[in-house]
Design a protein around this ligand. Sequence first.
Ligand code: SF4
Length: 312
Amino acid sequence: MSKNLAKLCKTLQLSEIEVGAIKDASFPLKVPQDFLEQIKPGEANDPLLKQVLPIKAELEINDAYSKDPVGDLLKNPSPALIHKYHGRVLLIASPKCDIHCRYCFRRHFPYQEQTNQRHWQQALKAISEDKTIHEVILSGGDPMSLNENTLMDLIESIEKIEHITTLRIHSRTPIVAPSKAPQNALLAWAKKSRLNKVLVVHCNHANELSEKTAGLLKCYRESGFQLLNQSVLLKGINDSSETLIELSHALFKQDVLPYYLHQLDKVQGASHFEVIDKDALKLMNAIRPKLPGYLVPKLVREEAGKPNKSPI
Ligand code: SF4
């Protein structure tokens, strides 16, 4: 795990000036060891490094960018619970992530007001009282950054609610920190659970995938999880048709289907990652004839107040 800019640059044989890094960013540097091992030393433009390195462009103020770009706090009926879409709710299971992605849409989220076990109890009570909800999505932060026993307590409480039929976990941990991802108790539970199980991982570039991710994802798949991926379209990282095609094939090789390609959520500090819609559509037109339909992700944007993701 690297949280120190000087050490990170030394490990990667780069100078802080060369990469334009800034110290003391308000959203601190955090790079897990497995992800660090996938970054090419000496490569200032490495697409993985660019996802985690704080740089000066983050300090630019852009009025079109806000602290809550997807309107989480407009649909927050109780702490830890976000209820935007019909039939499903999102439970903020953890304030932490194993990595800090510089484009993170929740980088300003008030986690301290939203996530502790008392809040979970309130959220679980609200879910059990609303029979229109059939799917619970564990999110964060990253739910897989929780201690495995704590995660399992939460999952087992959800399973006890009779009208819940599906558990979905949104996590970047299996991709960026597979060595730390929960396995034993989660896999044993999944094999016998009555719930439909979906794991949506978050991978933006084929270089993030490795033998470690392949082994872990195979275990999740064999224990009954459907595996899907969501990516964010990021300027200078995955905004070429070759990169997106390679990503789809690499994911499929590891049993994961591409699901969403998100347009960037306009969060303060991330405007330098934006790919404009016109260019995003050109990319989709370039990849569609080269991939089977099941490997083409849906290009979408999440808009505050809308009852579903908006196709572009
Ligand atoms: S893993 Fe997801 S929630 Fe965590 S920092 Fe990255 S984008 Fe944000």
